[in-house]
Ligand binder design. Structure first.
Ligand code: GLA
Length: 705
C-alpha cells in the first residue's frame, strides 16, 4: 500500500480519485469529496471471499488477464503466438493540472502502454491508451480497449438504437449480470449503434438520479460494453473493432485508441447533458466558428432533388433571401452526369450540361443577395457508372475476387490509396479555391462492406484517412465550414465534430419524428450543432402532413434551415417560413449558448424542451404535443434552472393557428400573461394548455426584477 498514491482529479462538481501504484484503479468517480485522507483507502479495501483467487484483484484502467482479472482485457494481441497476456506495471506518472499520463511497461512482452486520463472543469472525463511495440518482431494487436469503472449502484441503462430516418431512439433496461454489449460493424458511426451509453442508479430520470454517460469518439466499427462482473463490480469499455490482421506493430510502432468521453452527474440526465454540451462548446467544436451566429440554411435537396436548372435555382435563392435565409446550399445533382443516384459519384466536375455558364453566376447571385454559398460533396464514394471508376476500378475499398453488395448503387473509395486520396483532395480544393464557397455538406451514403486495401483489412485505416482528408481540406481552407452527413445521422460523433461544424441529424424532416430524434441527439450534443430544417408540409419521408407552426417550432431548436422549393410554396407558407426564421434569429443567441433542459412532464403525450440563459435572465420553453393528451387536462409546466428569487414575465411567443377552437378557454396566464418567481416556476409551475396532437407552443420567460 505504501508505494501507492491517491490522485484526485477535480471538475467543477465531480471528482475522480485514483489509487496509482503498479496499476491505476478508480476509487471514486462521483460527487466531489473534500475530505479524502489516508484512511479512505483502508475504508474501501475489499474483502477476499473464499472460492476465488487468494488476493484482491483491482479493476484497473487496463484490465489484464495475467493479473487474474476475469474481465475483458484492455490489450489483446500476440507476437507470432507469444507475448499474448501482457502484465503492465506503471513506471512513470506525469500530472498536469487535471490530466494524468501514466506510462506502463511489460519488459518481457516488449510492450509499453501509455494511458491518458483527464477530467475537465465541465466534469467530462476523457481516457485513451497508446500501445507501443518495443521489441523485435511484429506485435499483432487484436484489441485495445478503454475502460472506466462504475460503482455497484449503477443498475440501469439507457442505450441508443435507430436506423435511417429514425436516428437516436432510446431504450431503458436493467443492468444485470452479463451486462450489455453493443457492436457496430457498419464501417461508419452508424444510425443503428450510436456510440454512447448511459448507466445510472435505479429509475434515474431527466431531473434526478446519478448517471454516468459514455461517448466513444470514433466514426467506424466499435464495441461498447457495460459489464457486470461476477463479484458485482462493473465497468464501461469502448474500443475500435479491429478487423483480422489489421493492426500489426513493427518494432517502434504504436497505435492510439480514440478517446472515450464520460461524465458523471448527480442531477440526472439533464445535468449530464449540460456537462457534455459545455465540453463540446469549449473543447470539441473548432473554436474559430463558435462565436459566429449560425446562418439559416436553405438546402435544395427536397426542393429539386437532381433536377438542376441554374435560372430556377437563382429564383429559389432570390426567394430564400427574401424570407431571411442566410446560406444557400446546392445539394446533390450538380456534378457531371449526376441525374439520379445510380451514376457519377467520383466525377467531381461541374455538369456543364446543367450549368453551361459555370457555377459563378449562381454563387455571385447568392452572394449579391447577402447569403453565403454552400455545396454538397460525397467524396469517399464512387459509382461503377462513372468516369472515375472506368479509369480506376482499382480504387475501390474492396477485396479482389469478391463481389460486394452496393449501397445506394455505390461503392467506397480506398482512401489508403494515395492517388485516390490526392485526387479527392485536388477536386475539393479546386472547387473551394475557385468559388466563394463558405460551407460544404460532406455526405457518406453507404455502409462499408469488406474494406480491403491491397488485400488486407482496412476498416480502421479508412476512418483515419477520412479524418486526414477532412483535416487537409480544413487546413487549406480554414474558413470553410463543414457539415457531417451520412444518409442523415449516420456519422455523428465527437471526433467528427472536432473538424466539422454541424451535423445533418436525419433525412427525416417530419416534425413529429424530429421531436424524438432531436431529443435523442440532445443527450450528448448541444442544439447548435444539430441541423434541423423546415420541410414541405407533406413530409417526403413519412407522407405525414403538418402545419407550419409545428414544423417551424420543431426546427427552431437546432441549427435551423429550410429544405424545400420556396418558388412552389404558397404565400401563406412563405409567411410562415419568414416568421420562424425571424423568431430563430431573435432567439438564436439564447438557443445556441444557453443551458438546455429536457423537462419532466405530467403527461407522456407531450415533450417539453427549455433553454435557459447562462445569466438566468431569460428562457424559452417549447411544449410539443406528440399525441392526444391522455387526460382532458394536461397538468402543469414546471421549469427548473431559473433564479428562484427573481421574478419572470411569462409570455406566449408562438402557438398553433387553431389553438382556441379546441377548448372553452386556455389557461388564464396565456391570455393576460403573468409574473412569477423562478422558485414558483420550478416548484409549482403554470397550468398546461390543451393542445391538439402534433402541435406546439413556444413560451418565453423574461426576468423583470
Ligand atoms: C443523403 C443526405 C441527404 C441528401 C442526399 C443527396 O441522403 O442525407 O440530405 O444530401 O444524400 O443524395
Amino acid at each position: 500500500m505504501t508505494d501507492k498514491t491517491l490522485i484526485e482529479l477535480n471538475g467543477d462538481g465531480t471528482q475522480l480519485i485514483l489509487e496509482v501504484g503498479e496499476l491505476a484503479e478508480i476509487l471514486h468517480w462521483g460527487k466531489k469529496v473534500e475530505t479524502c485522507n489516508a484512511s479512505s483507502r483502508i475504508a474501501v479495501k475489499r474483502p477476499v471471499p473464499y472460492g476465488r483467487l487468494d488476493d484482491d484483484i483491482p479493476m484497473s484502467l487496463s484490465p489484464e488477464l495475467g493479473r487474474g482479472l476475469f474481465s475483458s482485457p484492455a490489450v489483446e494481441g500476440h507476437r507470432d503466438g507469444l507475448d499474448w497476456a501482457p502484465v503492465f506495471s506503471i513506471n512513470k506518472v506525469v500530472r498536469q493540472e487535471n490530466a494524468l499520463t501514466m506510462v506502463s511497461v511489460d519488459a518481457q512482452a516488449g510492450l509499453e502502454l501509455v494511458t491518458e486520463l483527464e477530467l475537465d472543469r465541465y466534469d467530462v472525463v476523457k481516457v485513451r491508451h497508446c500501445l507501443k511495440n518495443n521489441k523485435a518482431g511484429v506485435y499483432q494487436v487484436n484489441r485495445l480497449a478503454n475502460t472506466l469503472m462504475l460503482p455497484e449502484r449503477a443498475k440501469e441503462l439507457m442505450t441508443f438504437y435507430g436506423r435511417w430516418v429514425h436516428e437516436f431512439q432510446t431504450v431503458r433496461q436493467p443492468l444485470l449480470q452479463g451486462g450489455f454489449q453493443q457492436e457496430n460493424r457498419r464501417g461508419r458511426t452508424s444510425h443503428e449503434h450510436y456510440p454512447a451509453m448511459i448507466a445510472g442508479t435505479p429509475h434515474f430520470g431527466e431531473m434526478s438520479g446519478e448517471v454516468w454517460g459514455f461517448h466513444f469518439a470514433w466514426s467506424g466499427n466499435h464495441r461498447m460494453r457495460i459489464d457486470v462482473k461476477a463479484d458485482g463490480r462493473r465497468y464501461a469499455q469502448a474500443e475500435v473493432i479491429y478487423l483480422p490482421g489489421e493492426i500489426s506493430l513493427a518494432e517502434g510502432e504504436s497505435i492510439t485508441t480514440p478517446w472515450l468521453y464520460a461524465s458523471y452527474s448527480h442531477d440526472g440526465l439533464n445535468g449530464m447533458s449540460q456537462q457534455f454540451h459545455d465540453h463540446v462548446r469549449h473543447h470539441i467544436l473548432p473554436q474559430e466558428f463558435t462565436a459566429k451566429p449560425r446562418p439559416i440554411h436553405l438546402n435544395t435537396w427536397e426542393g429539386i432533388y437532381f433536377d438542376h436548372d441554374p435560372d430556377y435555382i437563382k429564383s429559389m435563392a432570390t426567394q430564400a433571401a427574401e424570407m431571411g435565409v442566410e446560406r444557400f446550399i446546392i445539394d446533390d445533382g450538380w456534378f457531371k452526369g449526376r441525374d439520379g443516384d445510380r451514376a457519377a459519384l467520383g466525377d467531381w466536375y461541374l455538369d456543364e450540361r446543367k450549368y453551361p455558364q459555370g457555377l459563378e453566376p449562381i454563387v455571385d447571385h447568392v452572394n449579391a443577395l447577402g447569403m453565403e454559398f454552400g455545396l454538397w460533396f460525397e467524396p469517399e464514394m464512387i459509382n461503377k457508372d462513372s468516369d472515375l471508376y472506368r479509369r480506376h476500378p482499382e480504387w475501390l475499398l474492396a477485396v479482389d475476387g469478391y463481389q460486394q453488395p452496393t449501397g445506394r448503387n455505390q461503392y467506397v473509395i480506398d482512401l489508403q490509396n494515395q492517388q485516390a486520396f490526392d485526387y479527392l483532395f485536388e477536386r475539393l480544393d479546386h472547387f473551394l479555391s475557385k468559388y466563394n464557397i463558405a460551407y460544404i455538406k460532406w455526405d457518406m451514403n453507404r455502409e462499408v462492406v469488406q474494406p480491403g486495401h491491397l488485400g488486407r483489412a482496412a476498416g480502421h485505416a479508412q476512418v483515419v484517412r477520412y479524418y486526414q482528408l477532412v483535416d487537409k481540406v480544413r487546413q487549406k481552407h480554414p474558413q470553410v465550414e463543414i457539415e457531417s452527413c451520412a444518409a442523415g445521422g449516420g456519422r455523428i460523433d465527437f471526433e467528427v465534430l472536432k473538424r466539422t461544424h454541424r451535423f445533418w441529424a436525419s433525412d427525416n424532416n417530419d416534425a413529429l419524428e424530429r421531436q424524438s430524434i432531436q431529443r435523442g441527439m440532445s443527450y450528448f450534443f448541444p442544439p447548435e450543432v444539430m441541423g434541423s430544417h423546415i420541410g414541405a408540409s407533406h413530409c417526403h419521408s413519412t407522407r405525414r402532413r403538418h402545419g407550419i407552426e409545428f414544423r417551424g417550432l420543431t426546427a427552431l431548436f437546432g441549427h435551423m434551415g429550410i429544405e424545400l422549393d420556396p418558388v412552389k410554396e404558397t404565400q401563406e407558407e412563405k409567411q410562415g417560413f419568414e416568421r420562424y426564421i425571424e423568431l430563430h434569429k431573435a432567439l438564436r443567441p439564447l438557443l445556441h449558448s444557453g443551458k438546455s433542459w429536457r423537462l419532466e412532464t405530467d403527461d407522456d403525450a407531450h415533450q417539453i424542451t427549455a433553454v435557459i440563459a447562462r445569466d438566468q435572465s431569460q428562457a424559452v420553453v417549447q411544449i410539443a404535443q406528440l399525441a392526444m393528451p391522455t387526460n382532458s387536462l394536461s397538468g402543469y409546466l414546471r421549469v427548473p434552472g431559473l433564479d428562484p428569487k427573481a421574478c419572470y414575465r411569462v409570455m406566449v411567443l408562438d402557438k398553433p393557428n387553431l389553438f382556441d377552437d379546441i377548448v372553452n378557454y386556455q389557461p388564464l396566464w396565456m391570455e393576460c400573461g403573468c409574473e412569477i418567481t423562478g422558485e414558483w416556476c420550478e416548484q409549482v409551475g403554470l397550468s398546461m394548455p390543451i393542445l391538439d396532437a402534433e402541435s406546439a407552443v413556444l413560451i418565453k420567460f423574461e426576468r423583470v426584477t
